[in-house]
Design a protein around this ligand. Structure first.
Ligand code: 13P
Length: 249
């Protein structure tokens, strides 16, 4: 059985104090259900959030990591540093990193390897922009992101990766993919993984949906056989909404 995961991506929101309040609020509502719940806070919150959450029920993740191991890279945060805070996940290749910070599949492939080296679980994000979907290129776009971002991985390492399908046109727009659109793409992704790594690894890979997911639509999205959870932006900033999504399984 593959894992069900709901991860909150706070993006560049919350001061340290507000972030701690939010984490505490989620922490008190978590009751160790079957879903893995991850809070991906800003870097500077990580070590403080780590101290106040029940680590048996709630996991911590970063939103990015450096593509270098250590050294003179001013302002960067390494996978080793993230791991040292108590975090166990890291989002890699979010569309905002790709679009605003020029992160290419090649850079992302390096980040994935460093994350794995430091025993962080990468949540590797893929997804097409609207023009690509309208041109019916969306399946190819996503397959290329997988092929180029997740390269030269052993079966063992690939099986540690979580995929997040986030259609860019659905992020922060209020325009969610329909459950059928999500299922269609998730099945394509799983079949593509099966072609490269075999059916067993594909069946074990958790594939999350992200893009305007909220309590009112999470249930319909999560009932799809290939949708194994969600990567939640806006709705993760409110503990009640976030828990409404967690309990939608
Ligand atoms: P929204 O849930 O705000 O659409 O953001 C999704 C996202 O980008 C999560 O990484």
């Amino acid at each position: 059985m593959r894992k069900h995961i709901v991860a909150g991506n706070w993006k560049m929101n919350t001061t340290l104090q507000k972030g701690l309040e939010l984490a505490k609020n989620v922490n008190t509502q978590i009751s160790g259900n079957d879903v893995i719940v991850v809070l991906c806070s800003p870097f500077i919150h990580l070590s403080e959030v780590s101290k106040i959450i029940n680590k048996d029920a709630l996991f911590l993740g970063a939103q990015n990591c450096a593509d270098k191991e250590n050294g003179a890279y001013t302002g960067e945060v390494s996978a080793a540093m993230i791991k040292s805070t108590g975090a166990s996940y890291v989002i890699i290749g979010h569309s905002e990193r790709r679009a605003y910070y020029g992160e290419t599949n090649e850079i992302l492939a390096t980040k994935v390897k460093l994350a794995l080296q430091y025993e962080l679980t990468p949540i590797f994000c893929i997804g097409e922009v609207l023009e690509e979907r309208e041109a019916e290129e969306h399946f190819n776009v996503v397959k290329t992101q997988l092929n180029e971002g997740l390269v030269d991985l052993s079966d063992e390492n690939f099986s540690k990766i979580v995929i997040a399908y986030e259609p860019v046109w659905a992020i922060g727009t209020g325009k969610t993919a329909t459950p059928d659109q999500a299922q269609e793409m998730h099945k394509i992704i799983r079949d593509h993984i099966a072609d490269s790594y075999g059916q067993k690894i594909a069946e074990g890979t958790s594939i999350l949906y992200g893009g305007s997911c909220k309590p009112s639509n999470a249930g319909d999205l999560f009932t799809n056989p290939d949708v194994d959870g969600g990567l939640i932006g806006g709705a993760s900033l409110n503990a009640e909404d976030f828990m409404g999504i967690v309990t939608a399984f």
